[in-house]
Ligand binder design. Structure first.
Ligand code: GRF
Length: 202
């Protein structure tokens, strides 16, 4: 389905997908302005992210995965579609989005990843970077495609690794950068026809 026709004066309609504490969601919510607004938060399980949305009276839905993954993808897409988003943000959403979802939302779904892709894809990007011994890692915002963290890159920011870093300390510094970057990306996003155009100033 093409993106909702957005008049120039409309704010971008954002649906956020979460699974956990939702600190990225919180940053997205606090930075809402005339450029975008969060119209719904969807999770795969009860979580703090859902609570944060409810505290602000934002529409929420939990779509738990049962035995049938294809059916879950369709239900998730229906939950998102109900809010008529221009853009879907996976912000700490820990499930892989499958064909039934992407058929309807590819090109309009972005993800924030705590490493500099294409290095350290997957669920343990912070730990893997630390174990490899890199001196610089960071945050990537990218379009979601059928692979795991393989979609085209929209924006990246670096974070220096410290000699005494542990996974938690490094992840916290990366998340600080992730929060700023995802807000900058949302502020730069513009629906154009059936695609989203996102270009950040250098
Ligand atoms: C972020 O680092 C995100 O990139 C990763 O999970 C973390 C989510 O943090 N996939 P929070 O739930 O928003 O606090």
């Amino acid at each position: 389905m093409p993106p909702r026709a957005t008049a120039a004066t409309d704010r971008l309609r954002v649906v956020v997908l979460v699974s956990g504490t939702g600190s990225l969601l919180q940053a997205i919510l606090e930075a809402q302005d005339e450029r975008y607004r969060v119209v719904k938060v969807v999770a795969d399980k009860p979580c703090r992210g859902i609570d944060r949305a409810r505290e602000r009276d934002i529409d929420t839905e939990i779509v738990e995965m049962g035995a049938d993954r294809a059916e879950w993808n369709t239900c998730l897409a229906d939950a998102v579609d109900a809010a008529q988003p221009d853009i879907v943000v996976s912000a700490g959403f820990m499930k892989i989005l499958g064909e039934g979802f992407l058929r309807r939302f590819e090109g309009r779904t972005i993800n924030t990843h705590p490493a500099l892709l294409p290095a350290f894809k997957g669920a343990h990007g912070v730990r893997d970077a630390l174990e490899y011994g890199v001196k610089v890692t960071g945050s990537t915002v990218h379009f979601v495609d059928a692979g795991v963290d393989t979609g085209s890159i929209i924006a990246q920011r670096p974070v220096a690794v410290r000699a005494d870093d542990e996974e938690a300390s490094l992840h916290e510094r990366i998340k600080k950068v992730e929060r700023e970057l995802i807000v900058d990306v949302l502020r730069a996003a513009q629906p154009r026809g059936e695609e989203l155009f996102i270009q950040l100033a250098d």
